[in-house]
Design a protein around this ligand. Structure first.
Ligand SMILES: Cc1cc2nc3c(=O)[nH]c(=O)nc-3n(C[C@H](O)[C@H](O)[C@H](O)COP(=O)(O)OP(=O)(O)OC[C@H]3O[C@@H](n4cnc5c(N)ncnc54)[C@H](O)[C@@H]3O)c2cc1C
Length: 387
């Protein structure tokens, strides 16, 4: 067991942090106040800005234009982006997740067509599973993907789709054959430039600059060659795909919690009450001690999940554990940091209220935290509590 990052990982972290401090953090407060969400051209520009650092295609294999990064190194990238800007981090989790998934499960023609565009950030990826009537129970989805000559016709409404309104590469999950249950679920790439669909933006508590939309597919004609894998393989593939975003939500949560700690430490050292810095009060130190220990715990759990994934393990338990424990810890840590700032904790002049809103917004995506607990329970007991 070695908890020491390699020299390469230390360098990566230092370089990325320096980039974030210089190129991203100075604009975040202003953008978060002005845009709900970022206009499309700005969202694309932001993603393109991160491309040279490996954010858009880092884990894609070099054969397909990526860098062949390991989960641990990508985790370093995500922790630092989470510390800098939650809205951009969640956009990147979904975008890079889409590129990585395509590189693993797409065919050569699909990879040739889309991976260069996704890695350069010319085209933004999204993944559409959730529907108005099918959230946790996603197998109850109503979207259909029905064959019609050389095309599939997609009909249905997807909701809460990250990057939805700005995405021209949407991996839509739906039934090609409802009679087969989950074995009738398939995935298809809907390219908005060739197969247009409608979108409606959904304003939300946190990640305000990140576009999140309802997508409406009405008789949307999609070429048959856009089907990912064979018909009926979409459900199982989607369950495995979730491991990337769940683990990265753990890394993002770690970055958010760390940002809150940094802000609280600075404030506690500077703010004076009763003739001394508030950092000298034991109750303030208690809050900080708990924040630091809890954040270190999620950091270790998140990197452990990355380590297992690098070893090729389909670690459903660790992926779900870090998703719920990471996001809930980030909420607690951000909340305590706000307490340390007194009234200024809730002021828009400080970033803590944003960190808190962003952390809270991490609870539902990629499966609610109740569902994550049920997955951990299933892995421990060998019996699912949900059908
Ligand atoms: C910021 C954000 C980004 C998102 N991005 C995407 C995206 O890119 N693509 C996408 O497809 N979806 C996305 N989602 C949707 C997300 O995956 C769903 O919100 C989530 O799966 C839960 O569905 P729901 O909101 O309909 O809640 P519901 O399923 O209706 O759940 C409501 C409550 O009931 C509980 N519950 C439900 N079933 C059970 C059970 N069996 N046992 C115990 N409790 C249960 C839930 O835990 C929750 O507390 C996003 C959501 C958010 C907030």
């Amino acid at each position: 067991m070695d908890f020491e990052p390699t020299e390469e990982q230390k360098l990566l972290k230092a370089n990325v942090r320096e980039f974030m401090d210089r190129e991203i953090i100075p604009f975040v407060n202003d953008y978060e106040r002005k845009y709900r969400p970022l206009p499309n051209d700005m969202a694309i520009d932001m993603i393109k800005k991160l491309a040279p650092l490996g954010y858009t295609g880092g884990m894609v294999s070099p054969e397909w234009g990526g860098e062949g990064m390991k989960f641990i190194s990508y985790g370093v990238l995500m922790e630092e982006l989470g510390r800098a800007w939650g809205s951009l981090a969640i956009m990147i989790v979904v975008h890079h997740g889409g590129a990585l998934d395509l590189s693993r499960t797409g065919n050569d023609e699909q990879k040739k067509k889309y991976l260069p565009l996704l890695i350069s950030g010319e085209v933004i990826a999204s993944g559409a599973i959730t529907e108005p009537n099918a959230g946790s129970s996603n197998r109850e989805m109503e979207t259909t993907i029905l064959a019609d000559g050389d095309y599939y016709i997609v009909n249905g409404t997807k909701t809460w789709i990250t990057n939805g309104g700005v995405s021209d590469f949407c991996a839509v999950v739906g039934y090609t054959d409802k009679s087969k249950g989950t074995e009738g679920i398939s995935r298809i790439i809907v390219d908005g430039r060739e197969s247009p669909f409608e979108s409606r933006e959904l304003p939300k508590l946190g990640f305000r600059c990140c576009p999140t939309a309802e997508l409406i597919f009405g008789d949307c004609r999609v070429p048959k060659k856009n089907l990912v894998g064979r018909e009926g393989t979409g459900y199982e593939a989607t369950m495995v795909v979730f491991l990337f975003p769940r683990t990265m939500i753990g890394m993002l949560s770690t970055g958010l919690a760390q940002a809150a700690i940094d802000e609280a430490v600075k404030y506690a050292q500077e703010r004076r009450q009763f003739g001394r810095p508030i950092a000298k009060f034991q109750l303030v130190q208690q809050m900080l001690a708990e924040m630091v220990v809890e954040t270190e715990a999620i950091r270790l759990l998140a990197y452990k999940a990355c380590h297992l994934l690098d070893k090729g393990r389909i670690c459903f338990m660790e992926g779900s554990a870090i998703k719920f424990f990471g996001s809930e810890t980030a909420v607690r840590v951000c909340s305590k940091a706000m307490e340390i700032l007194g009234a200024y904790g809730i002021s828009e002049e400080y970033p803590l209220e944003r960190y808190f809103r962003d952390a809270r917004t991490l609870l539902p995506p990629d499966g609610t935290n109740q569902i994550q607990r049920l997955i951990v329970g299933r892995e421990v007991l060998g019996m699912p509590a949900f059908v």
